[in-house]
Every structure is written in C-alpha cells, then in structure tokens.
Design a protein around this ligand. Structure first.
Ligand SMILES: *Cc1c(COP(=O)(O)O)cnc(C)c1O
Length: 230
C-alpha cells in the first residue's frame, strides 16, 4: 500500500530530523509522482500530502486539471523554454532553473499572467557531465543576473546528487550546497532569499536532511519503481 510507504518515509524523515536536531516542520516532503497515475496520487493524498513533483510540463498540467486545487505542484525537471507558458498558476515552485534565458522566459510568461514565479537555481554540485545545472562557482553570478527580473523570485538552491548505493558519498555535495546557500544568503542580494534547499531523493534524503535540506523529493520510496516503457 502506498500509504504504508508514506508512513515509512515519514518515520525516516522524523528520525533524520531528530539526529540533526531539526524541527520536523522545517522539512517539506514533496512526493514525486512523475509517470504515476492519478489514482496513485489520490491514494497518497489520503495521508495529507499536498505537495507533488513532476518533471514534465504536460504531465503536470494534465494532473493539475483533474486533481483538487488544494494540491501544490512542483516543477522539478529540466524545463524547455517553449513549455514555460503552460506553467503560470499551476506550479508553486520551479526547482530547475539553470540559465538566464530560462529565467527571462519565466519572467515574461508569469508577468503576462500577473504572477511572480518562485524558483530555485539548479546546481550540479558533483560536476557530473550528464546533469543539468550550473557549477558551484557559476551559481552566484547567475543569481545576480536573474535577481533583477521582477516576476521571478529566487528562493534557494536545488541539486540532484549522483546515483549511488551509499548515500554517505553524497553528503559532501549536500554540504557544499548548504555552504554555498549560506554564503550567498549573507550577501543580501535584492529580491533573492536563500531559505530553501531542495536536495535528497529516495536513496539519500535522510543524509540530505542531516545536511540541511528544506525540501526532499521522494518518488520511488512513496510510489514504487517507475516504468518508463508504458
Ligand atoms: C525523479 C526525480 C526525483 C525522485 O527520484 P526517486 O529516486 O524516485 O525518489 C527527485 N528529483 C528529481 C529532479 C527527479 O527527476
């Protein structure tokens, strides 16, 4: 049962918070529902979870249309500029901004809707060739370029750590991201706040919480393995 999975994830989150001396309320669990049917989300909703993550605009929009309006949709995947126009009003947070051009497109399309987009800057903390995101070194520069856009509000940083069997190997990347976020936060850049750190997935969210994650994105641990061939 998916509700049992949620209970297990919730217990692990609470234990990680206790180890780190953090309040449970400082960590938001985002249930990553990509590729999963609406009926699965309806089951998970019975546990009280209202935050869901999707990595494709079309799928996010379709689920947004049919599910209750109290749900909060997080865009967590690589975002193409020509898809941004479908997002205003449907998403509470875009986790995956890694270029000025994308931020400008978001600014333009959210302005048209009379809205401001909350966004995170995606950082490729482990410098993997296969991943999107800016390097740790480029992050502050990009933030300074995006900050003046009036319809975009930078709320923090996001990273996808390497796939690994041993979550301890990712601790260093989570720590680097938190240190960078503290450094940038201390610079008090206008229209930028560094209150959110989106890091940790099914394999490593407990370590990420110990290192300061405020948003964990858990898919498989809640919904089970994904099948991309259907
Ligand atoms: C799919 C995905 C997740 C969830 O991954 P799991 O390992 O299934 O928990 C988290 N973040 C992003 C950006 C993803 O694309």
């Amino acid at each position: 049962m998916l509700t049992d999975n949620v209970a297990d994830v919730e217990r692990r989150i609470q234990e990680a918070c206790r180890r780190a001396g953090r309040d449970r309320s400082s960590v938001l669990l985002v249930a990553v529902s990509k590729t999963k049917p609406v009926s699965d989300i309806e089951e998970v909703m019975t546990t009280g979870i209202v935050d869901y993550g999707e990595n494709k605009v079309q799928e996010l929009s379709q689920k947004y249309e049919v599910l209750p309006r109290n749900l909060r949709w997080h865009m967590i995947g690589h975002l193409q500029r020509n898809k941004v126009k479908y997002l205003p009003g449907k998403t509470v947070l875009i986790h995956s901004v890694d270029s000025l051009k994308l931020a400008q497109e978001i600014d333009k399309d959210f302005a048209k809707a009379g809205l401001t987009a909350d966004i995170l800057i995606e950082v490729n903390a482990a410098q993997e060739d296969t991943k999107y995101g800016v390097s740790l070194e480029e992050t502050e520069g990009l933030i300074r370029e995006i900050a003046p856009l009036p319809h975009v509000h930078i709320r923090g940083l996001m990273t996808i750590a390497p796939f690994t069997d041993d979550p301890e190997t990712n601790r260093i990347y989570f720590r680097k991201l938190r240190e960078l976020s503290v450094d940038i936060g201390a610079k008090n850049i206008d229209n930028v706040d560094m209150s959110e750190l989106s890091m940790g997935m099914t394999g490593d969210y407990e370590v990420a919480i110990e290192e300061g994650a405020t948003l964990v994105r858990v898919g498989t641990g809640i919904f089970g393995a994904r099948n991309y061939n259907i």
